[in-house]
Design a protein around this ligand. Sequence first.
Ligand code: ATP
Ligand code: MG
Length: 239
Amino acid sequence: RANVKKITTGSQALDGLLGGGIETRTMTELFGEFGSGKTQICHQVSVNVQLPPEKGGLSGKALYIDTEGTFRTERIKAMASAIGLDPKEVLQNIMSIRAINTDHQIAIVEELQDIIARDESIKLIVVDSVTSHFRAEYSGRENLAVRQQKLNRHLHQLVRLAEIYDLAVIVTNQVMARPDMFYGDPTVAVGGHTLYHVPGIRVQIKKSRGNRRIARMVDAPHLPEGEVVFSITNTGIRD
Ligand code: ATP
Ligand code: MG
């Protein structure tokens, strides 16, 4: 685990849970129900990665693969201004790519190798959400095996990029409040555990009162399990 770098989330509590922030050379999965704040964290980290190291960033750029059409330039600008960065510049350093289906999503990640090799200032890849197209296109038990095989391959490619280029990967995974409804679906966290076997860090995000959220570390190999509270404010992710 030598040379791992961290990107601040904007919340000291959440950074603490993560052992200092979102790590490079690793894939971090954020899972939780709708509105829990997965996309907000992805936006915030895409901004924060651009901060200099002394402020919790990597002076890097972000690649944002948006599968649900929820990437918001206005939100990025607001988050940038709030921490004293130039909103226009910050936006220019986030390449957002809309993935329209699983094949497109897979093809984008396959092409990333070349993009990153040409521009090693890319220090973050976001896939928000990594599972939605897969679920929609391969619904039903009879398609589960093929779906898992494709998804696992896709996730392993992301992990490899993280390791080769010393960058952070964040993927999101929407999980219903009642996972029992999805029993038998291995991409759904049953009892808090996503069942696919890809190395990385998994964090569950849960709604609390108002703008408060709870983040829980799940199955981390090198981090203690635990829970912290953070907030989603109009300026971004905060304590
Ligand atoms: P889904 O699974 O549906 O994609 P998600 O986990 O990605 O959900 P987010 O979109 O990240 O959820 O979170 C949405 C929540 O973030 C809103 O319900 C609101 O509470 C908060 N939020 C979003 N924008 C702002 C803002 N500008 N100011 C304050 N809070 C905001
Ligand atoms: Mg979202």
